[in-house]
Design a protein around this ligand. Structure first.
Ligand SMILES: NC(=O)c1ccc[n+]([C@@H]2O[C@H](COP(=O)([O-])OP(=O)(O)OC[C@H]3O[C@@H](n4cnc5c(N)ncnc54)[C@H](OP(=O)(O)O)[C@@H]3O)[C@@H](O)[C@H]2O)c1
Length: 322
């Protein structure tokens, strides 16, 4: 049952479900250090469950298997009977070891991987290009001028760089719509380092990545510490190091979840999206259909003020630098 509303994204015309689907998990073998990437038929089922659950947008990137995730997403959307324009597509340019000129040079490859779906939100994945923010935003504005994309976002940009990107686009007559940042109950640094406050001031949406702390907030690993040993190794060490510190918070999530007959993951997503009004959208990834179904249903209940404050209090320590 679709039960996700639509919210505006920055000052753009895009109206998105507050929960989208993160597609890093669809990168194939290249990302097996992080994920047990599902086969295409499972990806099709995850995407279909997300659409059925009311999600209307998908986040992918060039870096996710050098286009493998984009291709898998497009195939899954087509298998679900969706056509260009039925859903919103967000993808990202990989700036590593590249200059801004590569934005235009590599854009046709993005279009090919995602075809027949056009790119709505095009993001700079990381603030690590050889070129300045000015040069990158001007090349993004060229794509807007050419009507190849609908709007522009950045990712992992600190407050200063986000403000600068916004200013450069403004000078070209456009707005910066989004900044995709790591944001979860186990990492609330953007609430302290100026990013969240500036995003609210400038009407830039925050797209919260790793909103479930890559699965740690689900409670499974707190219930059975041996389960951590089966996690792909790039996540294992950080799970182990945060297991005990996060236990009081995760136990509270499990307890509150029981009040609504939902899961700890759903409580964590609900809190993250609700706590900041309409500024934050979240893009949980999924490797199984059941996870996608749960995540779409994360907004189907309203917590009490006391429950929201309890979670806020228990997660406050995660505002500090790690
Ligand atoms: N811009 C960036 O730099 C950046 C960086 C990272 C991610 N991202 C984007 O953000 C998306 C999400 O971030 P993420 O994948 O790092 O972390 P995440 O969404 O916090 O965690 C996803 C993982 O959590 C587990 N999970 C998902 N739903 C669950 C549920 N309902 N119950 C229990 N466990 C559940 C699954 O782990 P298992 O597979 O182990 O079951 C899943 O693979 C990515 O797909 C990507 O699109 C962007």
């Amino acid at each position: 049952m679709a039960n996700l509303k639509r919210i505006p994204v920055g000052k753009s015309d895009l109206q998105l479900s507050p929960i989208g689907l993160g597609c890093w998990q669809f990168s194939g073998k290249s990302m097996s250090a992080f994920w047990n990437s599902p086969p295409q038929d499972e990806i099709n089922a995850i995407v279909k469950a997300s659409l059925d659950g009311g999600i209307n947008w998908f986040d992918t990137a060039e870096m996710y298997g050098n286009g493998a995730s984009e291709t898998a997403l497009s195939a899954a959307l087509q298998a679900a009977g969706r056509k260009n324009g039925d859903v919103v597509i967000a993808t990202k340019w990989n700036p590593i070891l590249r200059r801004a000129a590569s934005i235009a040079k590599t854009f046709p490859a993005r279009e090919q991987h995602l075809a027949p779906f056009e790119i709505d939100l095009f993001q700079v994945h990381l603030p690590y290009s050889f070129s300045s923010v000015e040069a990158q935003m001007n090349r993004m504005a060229d794509l807007l001028d050419a009507k190849k994309i609908k709007t522009v976002g950045v990712s992992n940009f600190n407050e200063r760089k986000m403000r600068l990107a916004h200013k450069i686009l403004k000078a070209r007559g456009y707005d910066l719509s989004t900044n995709q940042m790591r944001y979860s109950l186990l990492d609330r640094r953007i609430e302290k380092d100026g990013v969240m406050a500036a995003a609210k001031e400038l009407n830039i949406s925050i797209i919260a990545y790793s909103p479930l702390a890559q699965g740690l907030l689900g409670g499974k690993y707190h219930a059975d510490a041996n389960a951590v040993d089966k996690v792909p190794f790039m996540r294992r060490r950080s799970f182990k190091s945060r297991l005990e510190k996060s236990r009081p918070l995760v136990e509270a999530l499990v307890e509150i979840a029981q009040n609504y007959n939902v899961t700890a993951s759903q409580v964590a997503l609900n809190w993250l999206v609700t706590f900041n009004g309409e500024t934050v959208l979240a893009i949980p990834g999924a490797t199984r259909v059941e996870q996608a179904k749960q995540n779409c249903n994360a907004m189907s209940f309203a917590m009490t003020t006391a429950e929201i404050s309890r979670i806020d209090g228990l997660s406050k320590t995660f505002m500090e630098k790690r």
